[in-house]
Ligand binder design. Structure first.
Ligand SMILES: Nc1ncnc2c1ncn2[C@@H]1O[C@H](COP(=O)(O)OP(=O)(O)O)[C@@H](O)[C@H]1O
Ligand SMILES: [Mg+2]
Length: 242
């Protein structure tokens, strides 16, 4: 049943020209149709009376992100079960103790495959002056590496019921390069520069967007993914100078 708003949004979007505009229409239609469920879920979870909901983005046909009262982020999935999201919550609660920066505390709806978490303070690098970022590249990269290391310290066998709890909700995005000495590690799998939040002095405060968390066979996977995005980010900002 919860798929109906998704299908409706997708259908309406067929009549809209342009990929970006189509995604926005789809997103807004979804958020408007889901709105009553989103609002009551946030109200029940945090015991507040939410006022506003703003559509954040919809990268694919399969999930939407919106923000309630500019404070609570809600993500709704089209092809993921509530059960899988509950397993994801369990895994996040487990790994939180190993990670020295904030990771979202999520709450899962019982009826619709959606979760909510509070906003983690900080800004991603795109929201800073690019020269400040380029001058502090080492500091940024070493903090990212530190999170990867912390994640890799977790033995897969330590995770209770690991065969149930370690999975990826978007497995199609799990791109790994082959390596010489493979061994299993936990990996975030979406380490792009928008998922790291920093304070004004570029201290890393938190890492978001863990939906793709899974087991990697190549321990360099997370860093490879981060490097690819980081190189792209640098190329883009350097191009702006020209
Ligand atoms: N817990 C959070 N704290 C702060 N910002 C968030 C949080 N969750 C989502 N966001 C914002 O919403 C955007 C999209 O959320 P994200 O979980 O990264 O979804 P996506 O899979 O579309 O990248 C993020 O880039 C960030 O700006
Ligand atoms: Mg993201």
């Amino acid at each position: 049943m919860y798929k109906i708003p998704f299908e409706f949004g997708n259908l309406l979007a067929c009549f809209v020209p342009g990929n970006k505009r189509r995604a926005r229409v789809r997103g807004w239609v979804n958020v408007i149709l889901f709105r009553p469920f989103i609002m009551s879920f946030v109200r029940r979870t945090y015991g507040i009376k939410p006022k506003s909901v703003r559509f954040v983005r919809q990268k694919t046909l399969n999930r939407i992100v919106c923000v309630v009262d500019e404070k609570y982020y809600v993500k709704i999935f089209r092809n993921v079960t509530v059960k899988k999201l509950q397993d994801f919550k369990f895994l996040m609660d487990f790994i939180r103790t190993y990670i020295s920066v904030e990771i979202p505390v999520i709450f899962v709806s019982k009826h619709i495959p959606m979760y909510v978490c509070e906003k983690i303070p900080g800004r991603n690098v795109r929201e800073f002056d690019k020269n400040l970022i380029l001058n502090n590249e080492n500091k940024i990269v070493s903090q990212v590496k530190n999170v990867i290391q912390e994640l890799q310290k977790i033995q897969i066998s330590q995770i209770p019921n690991n065969e149930r709890f370690v999975f990826s909700m978007q497995p199609e995005r799990s791109v790994e390069k082959p390596c010489e000495r493979p061994h299993q590690v936990l990996a975030h799998f979406d380490m792009n520069e928008t998922n790291f939040l920093f304070d004004d002095d570029l201290n890393l405060l938190g890492v978001i967007d863990w939906d793709t968390i899974s087991i990697a066979q190549n321990p360099d996977t997370d860093f490879n993914i981060f490097s690819k995005h980081w190189t792209r980010y640098k190329e883009r900002v350097q191009k702006q100078d020209k």
